[in-house]
Structures are given as structure tokens and as C-alpha cells.
Design a protein around this ligand. Structure first.
Ligand code: HEM
Length: 220
């Protein structure tokens, strides 16, 4: 199948799986923001888990998307490196930015974060987790998250991971338009700005949670 064997096909698959993940991080950030509404995040989590078959279908699709994105990402990075070694370095650094040059590393760091994050808030296997119920008998996600982020080191790890996410997305979002051929020299600066603004919004939306908790503004 050409989609898997040609380098353009693999790039398109990476772009589509990447956008699926961008959609997920937008929805997840909006859901997490319910932590600022009293009782909000416990109600949100309860609704989310109300239909287990749907939750598992979503996990399968996202798991496959993440696997495809990582495997082809590593492969394309290695191929690009081999190709660049043969040509003039200067030519390839034309529009290189810190974000574009570090995609492989920020991607691998995000993978490490996702593994930690799943062990942390989904599997709840880390020692800091407080697993209780609220006054309505719902799982107390609010207590769990505020309890965890009151540890400075955990809040710091999350904020650092969100900076890495920002770097990865500030290049990744514009790359998507480039790969799909929805970009040209005229639209490139605009698309680049849209990508950066979206990445900043996600950074602020996510990082505000550990930041507000560790600074004592949002209390458990
Ligand atoms: C401050 C930042 C974040 C907070 C406070 C947070 C919070 C949470 C919580 C509480 C859960 C468990 C939900 C539940 O089971 O009821 C969860 C699950 C999850 N989070 Fe996050 N999250 C954050 C950032 C992220 C980021 C940046 C990503 C992706 C790059 C991510 C990916 C996931 C995934 C994949 C799950 C598992 C969903 C499932 O149950 O299948 N999270 N998060």
C-alpha cells in the first residue's frame, strides 16, 4: 500500500494522526478546565466513564494513532538525517527553528510524559495519589489532582512537559498544513502564527492547573 511505503504517504499518515491528537489535547484541556468550577471535574469524569465501550473504542483509536505517529516519526527523522548528511547543511537550515529541529526529541519526551501521566491519573499507581470519593459518592478527581499538584516536584514535571508539548505543537500544527499541501509562501506566515497561538493557548490552559494548585490559589 503506497500510503505506508512512500515517504509522502507516511507523512500524510503522521499529519492525520497528529491532528487527531491535537483534537484530543484541545478537548482534554477544555475538560480539565472544569477543575475551576466547583464540583465540575468530578461530574465531567463521571459522565466520561458512563459508557465503557465508548471509552475503550476511543482508547483503541488513540492508541493506534499514537503508535503510527511515533513509529513513522522516528523513521522519517532517521531518513531525513541520513539525507541531510549527504547534502549541504546550510541549505537545510533555511527555515529551521528550535521547535522544528527538536521534533524527534520533544516527541520522545512527550511519549515519556504520556506513560507517566497514564500511570499517574488513569492507572493511579503512583504513591502521591489520593483515591477518595466526594460528598455525592463520585470518584474525587478534584481531590486526586489537587493532592498531587500540591507536591512542587510533580507540578514542576507537568509544567515542564507542557512546555515540551508547546514546542512540539508550535511546529507540528503548521507542518500538518504543509504536508496536506494546504500551504503556500503567502499563507505560510499566517498558518505559522495560528500554530503558535494554538500552542500558546494549550500551554496556558494546561499549565495553569498545576500552577494554580502549587501556588495555593486553587485549594483541595
Ligand atoms: C495539567 C495537565 C493535565 C492534567 C491536569 C490532566 C488530567 C488528567 C486526568 C485527571 C485524567 C484521568 C481522567 C479520568 O480517568 O477520569 C487524564 C487522563 C488522560 N490524559 Fe491528561 N491531563 C493533563 C495533560 C495531558 C496531556 C498534555 C496529554 C496528552 C499529551 C494528556 C493525555 C491523557 C490521556 C491519554 C489520558 C487517558 C484517557 C483515558 O482514560 O483513556 N493529558 N488526564
Amino acid at each position: 500500500m503506497q500510503l505506508l511505503t512512500s515517504s509522502v504517504g507516511r507523512k500524510v499518515l503522521m499529519a492525520i494522526t497528529g491532528q487527531l491528537m491535537v483534537l484530543f489535547v484541545i478537548v482534554h484541556m477544555l475538560g480539565n478546565s472544569s477543575i475551576f468550577i466547583p464540583g465540575g471535574i468530578n461530574a465531567y469524569a463521571e459522565h466520561l466513564h458512563a459508557l465503557p465501550p465508548l471509552v475503550w473504542a476511543f482508547r483503541l483509536v488513540m492508541g493506534a494513532a499514537v503508535a503510527i505517529h511515533i513509529l513513522f516519526g522516528i523513521q522519517l527523522s532517521l531518513e531525513n538525517r541520513a539525507a541531510n548528511a549527504e547534502s549541504y547543511a546550510v541549505k537545510n537550515l533555511k527555515r529551521a527553528t528550535l521547535a522544528s529541529q527538536s521534533m524527534l526529541y520533544t516527541g520522545l519526551l512527550l511519549l515519556a510524559f504520556i506513560i507517566y501521566h497514564l500511570l499517574h491519573f488513569t492507572i493511579r499507581a503512583t504513591p502521591d495519589i489520593i483515591a477518595g470519593v466526594d460528598a455525592q459518592g463520585r470518584f474525587d478527581v478534584f481531590g486526586m489532582v489537587t493532592g498531587s499538584f500540591s507536591h512542587g516536584i510533580i507540578a514542576f514535571v507537568y509544567i515542564a512537559a507542557m512546555v515540551v508539548l508547546f514546542l512540539h505543537l508550535s511546529h507540528g500544527i503548521q507542518s500538518f498544513f504543509q504536508t496536506m499541501g494546504w500551504n503556500n509562501n503567502k499563507t505560510l506566515p499566517v498558518i505559522g502564527k495560528i500554530g503558535t497561538v494554538a500552542a500558546v493557548v494549550l500551554l496556558l490552559g494546561y499549565a495553569s492547573i498545576p500552577l494554580f494548585i502549587v501556588s495555593g490559589i486553587l485549594k483541595g
